[in-house]
Ligand binder design. Structure first.
Ligand code: AHG
Ligand code: MN
Ligand code: MN
Length: 339
């Protein structure tokens, strides 16, 4: 007798729709379109060393960083997929200063907006290190049938309807939440499907991995410096010293810590006085995911990331995220060492 052994992402999305009694399938269709664009980007990521897609375009994005060709490619693919989904009336992407409003009649009627970092960790493309895509979905505030408005994109993270990431690593995975736990799907390249591989992920309460760009150590505030020193001390009872792991792709660092337990930090530095990461399409989606997995995400004042109302599309925020007990210990150091 035929026994079904794998759950594909598409099946799972549809099954889960039943969790929301009034759902009409719009969110499901949107997620399916994101997954499809991810497969196209994945194909290109895997070929990056072979074709002339590698290397910088010479353009500089709104953050003043060099844009890699693969960033452009990923940006274009996701924008196209979202526009074509007919459920999304506009997007904000790391690669564009302003929001992109979709003006077809179908898109204008879309119920959702999407915030996206199409290629995260782009400095790692050229060196074969894991990169990712981060996305977040909100219900629009403005009226359906009209062009999207900036307010649709400046909502608190608590208003997210869904969020997730795709990691292009030793295997390709999509991890997402719609607010009922978080699940991971691994791409099986032989059938071209994302298959459920990590059901209901929970981040360990205690972690033993610390992820931070320690090159900036001298620029960190005393609280962060002392916490890093604490992590390096020898103490059998608390399993210290902890292990240091830093990839430089938020998606990859976050993914590892989510599965193994750990803390990721991007504190303020001289160059980035508000940290480097962007709240709308980097910090908020991972904060939603980590909370769904039982973890914590806060800023430099210990504020819950999801409660912050952004004023600007590309606003940055200091980020401390990961295992509950680790983030809580860090917060004690920050409080004791206030400048
Ligand atoms: P992006 O490639 O989308 O600009 O993001 C890069 C980010 C993030 O992925 C990573 O955590 C961080 O930059 C690394 O910054 P440093 O190189 O300053 O450590
Ligand atoms: Mn990024
Ligand atoms: Mn990016």
């Amino acid at each position: 007798m035929f026994r079904k052994t794998v759950d594909t992402l598409n099946e799972f999305i549809i099954e889960r729709q039943a969790d929301f009694p009034y759902a009409k399938g719009e969110l499901s269709r949107l997620l399916t379109h994101i997954a499809l664009a991810a497969k196209v980007v994945n194909r290109e990521v895997n070929r990056a060393g072979l074709v002339d897609i590698l290397g910088a375009t010479g353009d500089v994005n709104v953050q003043g960083e060099n844009v890699q060709k693969l960033d452009d490619f990923a940006n274009a693919k996701f924008a196209l997929a979202l526009k074509g989904s007919s459920e999304c009336c506009g997007i904000v992407t790391e690669e564009s200063d302003e929001i992109i409003k979709f003006d077809t009649d179908m898109a204008k009627d879309g119920k959702y907006i999407v915030c996206i970092d199409p290629l995260d960790g782009s400095s790692n493309i050229d060196v074969n290190v894991s990169i990712g895509t981060i996305f977040s979905i909100y219900r629009r505030i403005s009226k359906r049938g009209h062009i999207a408005q900036i307010e649709d994109f400046l909502q608190e993270g608590t208003k997210q309807v869904a969020a997730g990431y795709i990691i292009y690593g030793s295997s390709t995975m999509m991890v997402y939440t719609t607010g009922r736990g978080i699940n991971g799907f691994t791409l099986d390249p032989s059938i071209g499907e994302f298959c459920l591989s990590h059901r209901n992920i929970q981040i360990p309460l205690n972690g033993y991995i610390i992820s931070v760009n320690e090159g900036n150590y001298k620029q960190f505030c005393p609280g962060v410096r002392k916490y890093i020193d604490y992590c390096k001390e020898i103490d059998e009872e608390t399993n210290r010293p902890y292990t240091a792991r830093y990839i430089g792709s938020l998606v990859a660092d976050f993914h590892r810590n989510l599965l193994k337990g750990g803390i990721f930090m991007y504190p303020p530095t001289k160059k980035h006085t508000q940290g480097k990461l962007r709240i709308v399409y980097e910090a908020n989606p991972v904060a939603f995911l980590v909370e769904q997995a039982g973890g914590v995400a806060v800023d430099h004042d210990g504020r819950r990331i999801l409660d912050i109302k952004p004023d600007d599309l590309h606003q940055r925020v200091p980020l401390y995220i990961g295992s509950r007990n680790m983030v809580e210990t860090l917060l004690e150091f920050l409080e004791k060492n206030e400048e």
